[in-house]
Design a protein around this ligand. Structure first.
Ligand code: ADP
Ligand code: ASP
Ligand code: MG
Length: 471
């Protein structure tokens, strides 16, 4: 067997039922014949949402409601276990493991209901239970195929800071812990099945990497283990030229660069968590996106350079759950440091700013943040500018949640004239109103703000305009 190492990841739909888990196990077994492999798994689809619902139900004081959700999750996982594992001893072992995970969750929900208080730390503990339930199931399914396999909790591997709900990995610690724990398993021919989404802070608390974070787990482990490649198995054929739910004509892109994929992910292409490519940049590890339902298809290969043969625009994306915040009024002309104060405030709130635009007269700065961060950002800005607002130097701080950002992405847009013109002409033709525009100096991306209701029209017409339908 080759000494190559692949880290693969299965998303929620790829382990969404016993049938899907069996298919994932087969993919793992086939790969394990060729090379060493580590699999990272998400919770079964919908489970993380249900767990968050349980936590919020408990927070509202409804302990029975939270218990009912936990019970339904128990049934779901036990049903999957029954149809996946025939060996009764193994089945009992996994059932007990799942029981322990659910009992742990139940205790945290009970405590939350009692206190009617849900800390980010407790929410992380509860919302990460889905991965801790799915990993033993997948490991058992792999064993059914005659391979050695072991479920491994990522708290033993991925070391993070303590920012609950969106923790950042500490790569040096992660590297030494992952290698110490996983290399001996790999040497003995055991396939580790690792829980996605979660890690452990340096002070020993469980953390999560943010929603959709299992993609990030996979590349963190890929980098930590010096893997030769990372394969992300999902429910579509690869990275497509647009979100297929909004643009049915979207086509699979065979090759794309880190930069392009990161831009797409950052601007809402759900197929990749926005931070997915960060860990693999230094080591230039290729990342594949493939369809676990159609494993014969090659999918998309993401590499440092991508495929340089495509002209201009490669893909489109849109992000909808964003809010446009504007700080302005004629009074801010000449008021020094409004920009600095605005963005140090957003940084303090840890709100990630997706797009910034400033009018030339300097009397309006507008920027977009994720809607989840909008309220606290506006409140913090009102506090920061309280005196200026009182003296009317700053006239308004407003928030508009009914907007969306559309991004046109392609690294060969650099030096291709006319793309912006074509983009905005197409919007004009469709009667789509442009609220703000930004283009990075790297010219990999033109992004603009429109009303949310126009997203589908905008994407479909741009998809046609740039010939992405016919690729
Ligand atoms: P997983 O559960 O495997 O992590 P996700 O649901 O998080 O899968 O991401 C896959 C989904 O991303 C696809 O089903 C698709 O609807 C959506 N998506 C949005 N934009 C794109 C795009 N440009 N290419 C591919 N999929 C996209
Ligand atoms: N299960 C987690 C979520 O739903 C992580 C993931 O699926 O990537 O957000
Ligand atoms: Mg995902």
């Amino acid at each position: 067997m080759s000494t190559r190492l692949q880290v693969m990841k299965f998303g929620g739909t790829s382990v969404g039922s016993a049938e899907c888990i069996a298919r994932a196990a087969q993919i793992i077994a086939n790969t394990a014949k060729e090379m060493r492999c580590v699999a990272v798994v998400s919770a079964m689809s919908g489970v993380t949402n249900r767990l968050i619902e349980a936590a919020k139900t408990a927070q509202a004081g409804n302990a029975a409601g939270a218990t009912a959700i936990m019970e339904s999750l128990r049934t779901q996982h036990e049903t999957a276990l029954e149809s996946l594992v025939r060996n009764t001893e193994e089945s009992e072992r996994v059932r007990q493991k799942m029981e322990a995970v659910l009992a742990h969750g139940q205790r945290f929900c009970g405590g939350t209901a009692l206190l009617r208080e849900l800390s980010p730390r407790t929410l992380d503990t509860i919302s990460s239970l889905g991965e801790r339930l799915s990993a033993p199931l997948v490991a058992a399914a792999v064993k059914e195929l005659g391979l050695e396999s072991e479920a491994v909790d990522a708290t033993e591997l991925i070391v993070t800071d303590s920012y609950h709900g969106g923790a950042e990995p500490q790569m040096d610690f992660t590297r030494s812990k992952s290698q110490a724990r996983l290399k001996p398993l790999l040497e003995r021919g055991i396939v580790p099945i690792v829980t996605g989404f979660l890690g452990c802070s340096t002070s020993g608390e469980l953390t999560t990497l943010g929603r959709g974070g299992s993609d990030y787990s996979a590349t963190i482990l890929g980098a930590a283990l010096d893997a030769d490649e990372v394969v992300i198995w999902t429910d579509v054929d690869g990275v497509l030229s647009a979100d297929p739910r909004l643009v049915p004509e979207a086509k699979t892109i065979p090759g794309i660069s880190y930069r392009e994929a990161a831009e797409l992910a950052y601007f809402g292409a759900k197929v990749l968590h926005p931070k997915t490519l960060r860990p693999v940049v230094d080591a230039a590890i290729p990342v594949w996106i493939r369809n676990s339902f159609e494993p014969q298809k090659l999918g998309t290969k993401i590499t440092p350079e991508g495929e340089n043969n495509s002209a201009g625009v490669k893909a489109l994306t849109a992000i909808r759950d964003v809010t446009l915040i504007s700080v302005g009024g004629p009074g801010i002309v000449g008021l020094t440091d409004v920009v600095g104060r605005t963005f140090s405030t957003t940084a303090e709130e840890r709100a990630s700013v997706l797009l910034i635009s400033q009018s030339s007269s300097q009397n309006d700065i507008c920027f977009c943040v994720s809607s989840a961060d909008a309220q606290q950002t506006v409140e913090a800005l009102r506090k920061e500018f309280a005196q200026d607002l009182a003296h009317q130097k700053v006239e308004h701080i407003t928030a508009d949640p009914k907007i969306a950002i559309v991004a046109v992405v392609g690294q060969n847009m650099v030096g291709t004239p006319g793309i912006a013109g074509k983009t905005f002409a197409a919007m004009g033709k469709e009667g789509v109103n442009i609220i703000a525009i930004a283009q990075g100096s790297s010219e990999t991306n033109i992004s603009f703000v429109i009303e949310e209701k126009s997203v589908m029209t905008a994407l479909r017409s741009l998809h046609r305009e740039f010939g992405l339908d016919n690729r």
